[in-house]
Design a protein around this ligand. Structure first.
Ligand code: FCB
Length: 449
């Protein structure tokens, strides 16, 4: 059988985030995060689940790194819990918290696994939320002070840095829809949050350069593919608005130093306050762009749908169903996303920093999951990434979401995204069929045609 070979040096890995796997929510001096607060409030999370225990990775980290080694992962994307390191978000450092990440990085390096660290994967310190959170402009300095604490400790060993994971989700799902922490419903705050996240990104990149740290620094965005539901002008305009809010709202300032005009005309007074010099600060050269790809949507004009008046529906590629989350499965959408960045943003170095699926896994009596559905999903997406590479996209690696089954935010523990099954009663980890298959992909640096 023909193999689609990936370029030499292409990196294969898996991703997780702190709140979703660590547990130990108040151990060893950790402060409260907005996710602790949000999950402890009734009705926010399916079945009343919380991340209090999660995968107990905080206590099982060495075994989890050993598992990564066993699977042959070349790189691991994790996040650092800000309130574990700075319990109040600023001020006193919690040495035990910082030591944990120090050990994690050393364990990874000892096993030749390249560390890729995200500073903010949503578990923001509650103390700073109480002081206004991301809608307060001071949040920019709070974040960069935290970033410097981490750089000073880990900057000699971490190869790849991402300041924020998916700022769109933080701003819109957290501050406009209120469905994720901090649970605020206010579009003006959401747009202000976008601006402050981007500003803090730019300032972090600048400080990182001045500090002379060894690694590379980029940005991680959730980038979907959007298709107008019809050829009507109303649907095409609606699609453009959806694209601008989800994609251009971040890529334009990062790569071009401006916000998308049509969107800003549309949202009017909800647009953020931008001060002189802000756009130049955001528009720092970055070393790579991380693409989290899950969605292709058709978009139509919908009079009753929110500020943008858009309705978007997941669309699967022909022959594909949906995931357990009700998300469409659309591998060619990934090719389109990567090629859009290549064509319109100067083909930066890219990584797929997240892609994966939740399926209804059925472990056998030994905890083994025969998840050919996940294998098919991943194979098709790897091929789609390969298509983009062949068309010239500057793609350097791929992280599967996720290493472990974990706490999937408001959906709690029901969705299982892992390559590795986790028995939440016992903590036992059992690699699934997809993990075995992925190990072979990594070893061959290729997938079957
Ligand atoms: C992404 C998040 C990640 C995970 C996946 C399924 O939006 O970054 O934490 O929840 O979705």
């Amino acid at each position: 059988m023909d193999t689609r070979q990936f370029p030499e040096g292409f990196l294969w890995g898996a991703a997780t985030s702190a709140y979703q796997i660590e547990g130990a929510w108040n151990d060893d001096g950790k402060g409260e995060s907005i996710w602790d607060r949000f999950a402890h409030r009734p009705y926010n999370i399916l079945n009343g689940d919380t991340g209090d225990m999660a995968c107990d990775h905080y206590h099982r980290m060495p075994q989890d790194v050993a598992l990564m080694k066993e699977l042959g992962l070349q790189t691991y994307r994790f996040s650092i819990s800000w309130p574990r390191v700075l319990p109040q978000g600023r001020g006193a450092i919690n040495g035990q918290g910082l030591d944990f990440y120090d050990r994690l990085v050393d364990n990874l390096l000892a096993d030749d696994i390249i560390p890729n660290a995200t500073l903010n994967h949503w578990d923001y310190p509650q103390a700073l939320q109480d002081a206004g959170g991301w809608s307060n402009r001071d949040s920019v300095d709070w974040f960069t002070d935290y970033a410097c604490v981490i750089f000073d400790r880990l900057g000699d060993r971490v190869a790849l840095w991402c300041p924020h994971n998916e700022p769109w989700v933080i701003a819109f799902v957290g501050y406009a829809w209120g469905s994720l922490a901090p649970g605020i419903c206010d579009y003006s705050q959401a747009y202000q949050t976008v601006h402050h996240l981007l500003l803090s990104h730019g300032k972090t990149v600048q400080l990182f350069r001045h500090g002379g740290y060894k690694g590379q620094i980029g940005a991680v965005l959730n980038l979907g593919h959007f298709i107008p539901a019809s050829e009507s002008e109303a649907d095409r305009d609606a699609c453009q608005r959806a694209y601008e809010e989800n994609v251009a709202l971040f890529l334009d300032p990062l790569f071009k130093g401006c916000y998308p005009e049509m969107l800003f005309d549309w949202i009017g007074s909800h647009a953020p306050r931008v001060e002189a010099g802000d756009m130049a600060l955001i528009n720092q050269p970055i070393d790579f762009l991380g693409v989290n790809y899950y969605h292709t949507n058709t978009v139509s004009y919908s009079l009753l749908d929110g500020l943008l008046k858009v309705d978007s529906a997941p669309v699967s590629a022909p022959g594909w169903g949906q995931t357990e989350m009700g998300w469409g499965i659309n591998p060619p959408g990934l090719t389109s996303v990567l090629l859009n960045i290549k064509d319109n943003y100067d083909n930066p170095t890219m990584y797929v920093t997240e892609n994966g699926c939740a399926l209804e896994d059925a472990p056998d009596e030994n905890g083994f999951v025969t998840d050919w559905g996940r294998v098919n999903f991943l194979r098709a997406h790897f091929r789609a990434a390969h298509d983009a590479l062949q068309a010239g996209a500057n793609l350097h690696g791929y992280y599967v979401w996720s290493l472990l089954d974990n706490f999937e935010w408001s959906m709690g523990y029901r969705p299982r995204f892992g390559l590795v099954n986790v028995d939440y009663e016992t903590g036992t980890r059992t690699p699934k069929q997809s993990a075995r298959w992925y190990s072979e992909v990594i070893a061959r640096n290729g997938v079957n045609e």
